[in-house]
Write a protein that binds this ligand. Sequence first.
Ligand code: NDP
Length: 329
Amino acid sequence: MSFNALVVTRDEEGRTAATVSHITEDDLPPGDVLVAVEYSTVNYKDGLCIGSGGGLVKTWPHVPGIDFAGTVERSDHPDYRPGDKVVLTGWRVGEIHWGGHAQKARVRGDWLVPLPEGLTTRQAMAVGTAGLTAMLAIDALEAHGLAPGNGPVLVTGAAGGVGSVAVALLAAMGHEVAAVTGRPETEAYLRELGATTIVPRADIAETVKRPLESETWAGCVDAVGGAMLARVLGQMKYGASVAAVGLAGGAGLPATVIPFILRGVNLLGIDSVMQPRPNRIRAWNRIAELLPLDRLDAMIHPATLADLPELGAAILKGEVRGRVVVDVN
Ligand code: NDP
């Protein structure tokens, strides 16, 4: 029986093309759990893997989709039985292993987590890697002393996927949230998610001129990197931390060490891809407990497999607002 998948092919000149095609279970890579996928999503990395591969995809044809949620159809893994609802993010699925932009996926059961209680598979994909990463970033900031009442917490790339969930989670946890955006038209959306201050990207995008500025932020979830991250480091309060999550604005870090050695500022690295399973389960349960579902619904942009080539290109240009949820059926 064939089913639909977004298949990316590459020709001899290295040009890639993504089209919805029919494939069969025999085409799927090995694994001990077969999942009937219900929903997937589009993260920045998916934009790369739907397009040229961005160095992440090694072989073609390829099925992208770094996240999916669905129901176990067959399992040789002791933790999963047919009918179980499951979520997958990371582990390089959708990059070197075929992913969730398909009606079925075969993966290692060790990569799956049970769908957290209180979320549907659709809501889990509205969260996706972006939301899980936002939660891991906030966990890390808390572990380094962030608590409500410490002062405003900055979120960069705020109208994107990681940023939107970070804003909603931090606000729900009682933090004052300042959202950096380059899209003034997203102001009402960001305020609806819980941001109390909107910081125009241009105000904070310039390269560091003074290594220390006024102590302003009690914490920061940074999805942008580059000159913006360097600038933010010099604006942190004494002893505060920045969780570095992304590179939407660049992989460089044109900074000085002055904020680290004179203000005790911490720069915390966040990786969701190889994050150990117990931390993932804890983070997913926290998301289910803390994230207001009406705010999550406000982030959702519904899509189908056929929309993915266009959405993949749009996310690379920073044009996607909030979270795309792909109904693969
Ligand atoms: P999105 O494209 O949804 O969001 C990125 C946001 O960054 C945009 O919406 C935009 O926000 C802002 N932005 C885009 N380009 C620039 C620029 N040149 N300068 C400043 N700001 C810019 O992507 P995601 O939220 O899915 O991912 C964000 C980043 O996090 C990516 O780099 C991604 O690779 C990384 N990531 C890392 C993970 C990890 O495990 N560490 C997991 C998931 C993502 P606005 O319009 O509001 O300014």
